[in-house]
Design a protein around this ligand. Structure first.
Ligand code: G3P
Length: 213
């Protein structure tokens, strides 16, 4: 499973990329607005750090989505055009696919939406599991259903588990065979941590010091 960072913060991406485990970055208009920096400059900086950067169109009509997405794709070969899961979005995904532009379908909350995005040719789809959990639904259950459908179909679309909230989401996504998981910075920082690693290392180093006496 590929690991992406869900962030538009360059320092955060640099830090996690330095661990040697980062396959890509997802951004959205909210994450970009939070940083308050120029969008194109941000995307280009991210493209230098990782091989896959999702940049979301803000247009809602087909023609404008195509215009915006083609511009983003012209910036750098690492750009993946993120398109919302609407009927206009489906048309745009189909267009981009026919023109060799990679897409990530965002705001996927159901299996029918996932199937339609795959049929339109999406490179990846982003089911938002945390937001489903937030309203009392079963986010990981949606991933399980999508992976079951994918098991029986010939879809090449990658399933990118988004809106993750805690390390268990990453484990469960991997166990279900999801292709990608995008993870917020705060959650990513928790992944390498374990108290027994810390106490074990402390003890090893203390014992090593004793050999010098
Ligand atoms: O980037 C898309 C998705 O991961 C957003 O997550 O936490 O805003 O529900 P969240």
């Amino acid at each position: 499973m590929k690991l992406f960072l869900d962030s538009a913060n360059i320092d955060q991406v640099k830090e996690i990329a330095s661990w040697g485990v980062l396959d890509g970055v997802t951004t959205n208009p909210s994450l970009v607005a939070k940083e308050g920096k120029d969008f194109k400059e941000t995307v280009l900086a991210l493209c230098k750090l990782v091989p896959c950067v999702s940049a979301q169109v803000t247009a809602t009509e087909f023609d404008d989505m195509v215009k915006q997405g083609e511009e983003y794709a012209s910036w750098h070969k690492h750009v993946v055009v993120k398109v919302p899961m609407t009927t206009e979005g489906l048309k745009a995904i189909h267009y981009f696919t026919q023109h060799g532009i990679k897409t990530n379908t965002t705001l996927v909350f159901s299996v029918p939406q996932a199937i339609l995005a795959a049929k339109a040719g999406a490179t990846m789809i982003s089911p938002f599991i945390g937001r489903l959990d937030d309203i009392g639904e079963d986010g990981m259950g949606l991933i399980a259903e999508i992976m079951e459908v994918w098991h029986h179909q010939q879809f090449t679309t990658e399933v990118l588990v988004a809106s993750t909230r805690h390390p268990r989401h990453i484990v469960d996504a991997a166990a279900l065979g999801a292709h990608i998981c995008t993870i917020p910075y705060e959650v990513f920082k928790k992944l390498p941590q374990h108290p027994l690693t810390d106490s074990g290392l402390k003890k090893f180093l203390q014992d090593w010091e004793k050999t010098k006496k």
